[in-house]
Design a protein around this ligand. Structure first.
Ligand code: BG6
Length: 498
């Protein structure tokens, strides 16, 4: 495996700790070799020391000396230079040495952990250097990190360019949400159980909410975030993947193309929002200074790399309609934000009320309660993280002579049901790529469909920039701008409080 841009944070924080964990559990053969590649010179020893620090600091499992010794024997470093004719010679030698000394047999996994603007030139140079072709009986696969383009046009351009060097089967577009156990379990929950699927449609579901809330701010990535914003950073990839998995039809088997075909079909059915309607279908927000867990935190505009008058969104709420028989008339509400009161990614499915309540009138209404019968709607809450689990909320009779109803939870918690610790998303995804299984990676058409939806909103936003007098519009440590609550209230609904 060659990691391009190995001097970046991702290698040390995520990739190498994940590879170490795979080595520790015996999922990769002893000859497995990682070549860190970057522009600046570094010795193999220096690279190993740096990576060891990463495993010790960020790894899921404790470093064991004997495992580390074995793993580190396969850690190498090579420089490359995109501007020089012979700029890949060093890397080629390192790859040949690995084949000779460690039996890697010409199989290559190329991980692009580079800045986004380097992906296309790197593809071209590797192609010219002959590093993208698969010799008979060997494989060359490439893993591409997000952001995958900035909009539909640039995503298409990137796909076209990648295809000059690789066929689609060689390309693995990584979305780490797909590597999360709880996201994979969504497929199992839906398609390995007979009791939920009959309810999984417009007839029984009133609406769906998907929330990706983060406590953290932009964590030193201000200049990236100024370019991206919440819609590109989270909605286009992670949330649209959750929408696809939540809404898709059952594949007839779990082969990669079967699963991905169904996801694409769903994404194609997402109704495009005309740029003129972008404002009525979305809410943008930006955080000002505030408090999280009682600690003061700075506003977005005070973060390093952020313009003092930035209008970039750190929060977005959207309403999405799906034009097919399963979902017509059942909207999906999506929201994500930085500096929310707590970290929580969840999918909430709100079921329709009973068609007629025999209890109407017999139930004293609690202050502020809306329903005529005192019964809250049933909710199915899929907690992706943290407190991973699933809850079903339903009405129960409060013990006593009077007929009073209260909502209670039926809970499944990963932490108590299973003893195993969940592997990190990168462990699963890297292993899948080595095994040649692209099921949990985004195919070309998936990415483009997600961009189709998001680009129209971006176009609408560009035509209607946020009101300067109302930006920032939510203090850190709150659930986003007031408009977000009004947005739901307009449809007679409310956000679930995680
Ligand atoms: C990344 C985004 O893709 O996902 C970050 O670029 C975000 O801004 C992160 O913080 C969230 O990932 P997770 O796994 O913590 O939900």
């Amino acid at each position: 495996m060659v990691i391009f841009g190995a001097s970046g944070d991702l290698t040390k924080r995520k990739l190498v700790p994940a590879l170490y964990a795979l080595a520790a559990e015996g999922s990769v053969p002893d000859g497995f070799t990682v070549i860190g590649a970057a522009r600046s010179p570094l010795s193999d020893e220096e690279f190993r020391a740096d990576m060891r620090e990463g495993v010790e600091k960020y790894g899921r499992i404790h470093l064991r000396e004997d495992v580390w010794e074995r793993f580190a024997a396969g850690l190498r470093y090579a420089t490359y230079n995109m501007d020089a004719e012979d700029g890949f010679d060093h890397l080629k030698q390192a790859l040949e040495a690995a084949d000779r000394e460690r039996g890697t047999a010409g199989n290559r996994l190329l991980y692009f952990s580079t800045p986004p603007n380097a992906v296309m030139p790197l593809t071209d140079r590797l192609n010219t250097a002959g590093l993208t072709t698969q010799a008979p009986g060997t494989f060359v696969r490439v893993i591409i990190e997000k952001p995958f383009g900035r909009d539909l046009a640039t995503a298409r351009e990137l796909n076209t360019r990648l295809h000059t060097a690789f066929v689609e089967e060689q390309i693995y577009r990584i979305d780490h949400y797909l590597g999360k156990e709880t996201v994979q379990n969504l497929l199992v929950f839906r398609f390995a159980n007979g009791i939920f699927e009959p309810l999984w449609n417009r007839q029984y579901i009133d609406h769906v909410q998907i929330t990706v809330a983060e406590e953290i701010g932009v964590e030193g990535r201000g200049s990236y975030y100024e370019e991206a914003g919440a819609l590109r950073d989270i909605v286009q990839n992670h949330i649209m993947q959750l929408v696809a998995i939540m809404g898709m039809e059952a594949p007839s088997n779990f082969q990669a193309e079967m699963v991905r075909d169904e996801k694409v079909k769903l994404l194609r059915a997402v109704r495009p929002i005309h740029p003129d309607d972008a404002l009525s279908h979305s809410v943008r927000g930006q955080y000002s200074a505030g408090y999280i867990n009682g600690q003061p935190v700075p506003g977005y505009r005070d973060e390093r790399g952020v313009a003092p008058d930035s209008l970039r969104e750190t929060f977005v709420a959207l309403k999405l309609d799906i034009d097919n028989w399963r979902w017509a008339g059942t909207p999906f509400y999506l929201r994500t934000g930085k500096r929310m009161p707590k970290r929580s990614t969840e999918i909430v499915i709100q079921f329709r009320r009973v068609p007629h309540s025999p209890f109407a009138g017999s139930v004293p209404l609690a202050a502020g309660a809306v329903p005529e019968d005192g019964i809250d709607p049933n909710l199915l809450i899929l907690r992706i993280q943290p407190d991973e689990g699933i809850s079903l909320r339903f009405g129960a009779k409060i013990p006593g002579q009077a007929l009073r109803i209260e909502s209670v939870n039926m809970d499944f918690m990963y932490g108590t049901a299973f003893r195993e610790q969940s592997p990190d998303a990168y462990e699963r995804l890297l292993l899948d790529c080595m095994l040649g299984d692209p099921t949990l990676f985004a195919r070309e058409d998936e990415v483009e469909e997600a961009w189709r939806f998001c680009t129209a909103i971006l176009d609408g936003w560009r035509a209607h920039p946020p009101d300067r007098t109302n930006s920032p519009n939510y203090p850190a440590g709150t659930w986003g701008p007031e408009e977000s609550h009004a947005f739901m209230a307009r449809d007679g609904r409310a956000w679930h409080v995680p």
